[in-house]
Design a binder for this molecule. Structure first.
Ligand SMILES: *[C@@H]1O[C@H](CO)[C@@H](O)[C@H](O)[C@H]1NC(C)=O
Ligand SMILES: *[C@@H]1O[C@H](CO)[C@@H](O)[C@H](O)[C@H]1NC(C)=O
Ligand SMILES: *[C@@H]1O[C@H](CO)[C@@H](O)[C@H](O)[C@H]1NC(C)=O
Ligand SMILES: *[C@@H]1O[C@H](CO)[C@@H](O)[C@H](O)[C@H]1NC(C)=O
Ligand SMILES: *[C@@H]1O[C@H](CO)[C@@H](O)[C@H](O)[C@H]1NC(C)=O
Ligand SMILES: CC(=O)N[C@H]1CO[C@H](CO)[C@@H](O)[C@@H]1O
Length: 492
């Protein structure tokens, strides 16, 4: 999914092309789009991992099973009496790079804060159960994750004499929502939260995502979305005629000859290719400081110039050229566009399995809590062929969760957290104008105590990354503004 993230983060759903690309060793997350995560192996060694004994089920007093949850500490900036900053892990391995880089550390330095990061249950090395069977995934939910945070905060507070310090939660993307909800549900444990690019409103269908992708492409070049639309329509048209399959296979450098037996096969292929654009828009160039993940040269500008380059052929041929560029950039030998391989990977329940880096877990959370399906069910978006129905059906294919159950679960999530109507205090909601996720976030001040910080021109989680000299002025101002809010709140 265009996932993970800012954070360390979230992603959607599919093992897209990028997945195979980003698969660095131990089954990292694949799928970056939805919420993606920064993965930079060269920074992994520095901060030593530590382990916390955590309860398996916080909502059943008769269940005393426990497991080990991973966390990281950086006490470089801590001054006695200072606050405690807690970075919340999300839908992928917690990335120790955050213990050395990032705007929150700048704040920590100025405020004398102790920095902690807790990995989310079921991701990375935090394994509460022996495998990822649907039965065991029952213990994977944002509610359990918040209770993990509460228990961690309580026990560490007591053990290290930090109970009376002011704790501040940080998170970007899905963990941004967790940061807001942690303050909402456990106000006595968390003094304030910075909820960056947080999709606090759950929705089964999320066609707005692709609408924002359209606007982001258009802001680079007004023709760009129409060229993408032409290419994507023309590809969809070819998929209806088996005589074209040999050519399409060559054009997109597929690993095996294209076979389209069902609508699902075609939807998966079209979604995979749209993923090239979705991922680049979500992260654009804001996380380049971290390299790895999508920290490449490839920006919206690069994709739109290729789509406008007549020397590459018609729009269809340019779309294929974009796919080739992505494969070269990530050293992918060929594109696996087979839905049956995807199902095989997503239903593997082993911790060593191909989707255990986060794909299987995150899609489970979308099926049982959030939805967030980035469907093409809107006329105002530039892609073709992956309707909501195709996405929801995966819940049944992977976890035996029906469409009705998905709808009910999403409604319940909003009932539990309040969706856009969150009632709390001391939570700041930064949002980037070109981040597709802002559509589900808080983009206007709810109250003086629940301010939004809107950052014109930036993508997902931009304010969390380390500052760079070429950052937009608005981004620098936003970082300063968030700092002033924290400073003020810590005095309260
Ligand atoms: C803590 O952060 C500082 C500043 O970024 C960094 O130099 C140091 O290596 C970090 N320490 C650990 C244990 O990660
Ligand atoms: C496949 O591509 C070749 C060369 O570009 C073209 O001549 C041929 O018509 C194409 N076949 C189909 C079925 O579109
Ligand atoms: C960025 O582009 C330059 C030249 O176009 C290329 O040499 C370099 O490898 C690219 N870097 C990345 C991270 O893709
Ligand atoms: C799951 O993935 C692991 C690691 O790739 C593999 O060894 C195992 O055979 C797979 N299990 C199934 C049922 O495919
Ligand atoms: C799928 O769920 C239905 C109802 O929720 C249940 O009756 C059925 O046994 C489940 N099937 C499997 C394979 O678990
Ligand atoms: C794109 C978007 O919705 N941005 C919003 C972010 O937050 C500000 C308020 O600070 C809104 O004015 C923007 O519309």
């Amino acid at each position: 999914m265009a996932f993970l993230k800012c954070s360390m983060l979230l992603c959607k759903v599919t093992l897209f092309l990028l997945l195979s690309l980003l698969d660095v060793g131990e089954g990292q997350y694949k799928g970056l789009r939805k919420f993606s995560q920064v993965q930079d192996s060269q920074h992994w060694a520095a901060s030593e991992e530590q382990w916390f004994i955590q309860k398996l089920d916080h909502f059943n007093g008769a269940d005393s099973r426990v497991w080990k949850q991973r966390y990281f500490v950086n006490e470089t900036f801590y001054r006695p009496g200072g606050p405690v900053f807690l970075m919340i892990g999300g839908e992928g391995p917690a990335n120790p790079a955050w213990m050395q880089y990032g705007t929150w550390l700048t704040y920590a330095e100025k405020l004398g804060a102790l920095c902690l990061m807790l990995e989310h249950r079921f991701y990375g090395k935090s394994h509460p159960t022996v495998d990822l069977s649907s039965d065991n995934l029952r213990f994977l939910s944002s509610r359990q994750a918040l209770a993990d945070l509460a228990h961690f905060r309580t026990v560490l507070g007591e053990k290290h004499g930090l109970s009376n310090r002011k704790w501040v939660a940080f998170g970007g993307s899905y963990p941004g929502s967790l940061a807001a909800w942690f303050r909402l549900k456990y106000p006595q444990l968390v003094h304030a939260s910075v909820a960056t690019s947080a999709p606090v409103h759950a929705a089964v269908n999320f066609p707005e995502y692709l609408e924002v992708v359209r606007r982001s492409l258009a802001s680079e070049n007004a023709e760009c979305p129409d060229l993408v639309k032409k290419a994507s329509d023309s590809l969809a048209e070819r998929l209806k005629d088996p005589k074209t399959y040999d050519n399409v296979t060559k054009d997109f450098n597929l690993c095996s000859t294209l076979t389209i037996k069902t609508e699902t096969d075609s939807a998966y292929f079209l979604e995979t290719l749209a993923g090239n654009f979705m991922d680049v828009v979500q992260y654009n160039q804001d996380n380049r400081a971290f390299e790895g993940a999508l920290g490449t040269n490839i920006t919206i500008k690069v994709l739109c110039s290729m789509m406008a380059d007549t020397s590459l052929g018609d729009p269809y041929a340019r779309y294929a050229a974009v796919a080739h560029l992505m494969m070269e950039t990530f050293s992918i030998k060929c594109l696996d566009a087979s839905f049956s391989n995807y199902v095989r990977d997503m239903t593997n329940t082993s911790w060593d399995g191909p989707a255990a880096g986060g794909g299987r877990q995150w899609v489970y959370q979308t099926c049982t809590e959030f939805g967030f399906y980035q469907s093409t069910d809107s006329p105002n978006q530039p892609f073709t062929g992956f309707p909501l129905q195709y996405q929801v059906k995966q819940c049944a294919d992977f976890y035996n969760v029906s469409a009705d159950q998905v709808a009910e679960a999403v409604a319940q999530t909003n009932e539990y957290y309040g969706g856009y109507d969150i009632r709390s205090s001391r939570i700041v909601f930064p949002n980037g104008s070109i981040d597709p996720w802002h559509a589900l976030g808080i983009t206007q001040d709810i109250s003086p105590d629940l301010p939004a910080v809107f950052i014109e021109g930036t993508a997902h989680c931009a304010n969390m990354y380390p500052a760079r000299s070429e950052d937009l002025l608005k981004l620098s101002l936003a970082r300063d503004h968030i700092f002033l809010l924290l400073q003020q709140w810590l005095k309260e």
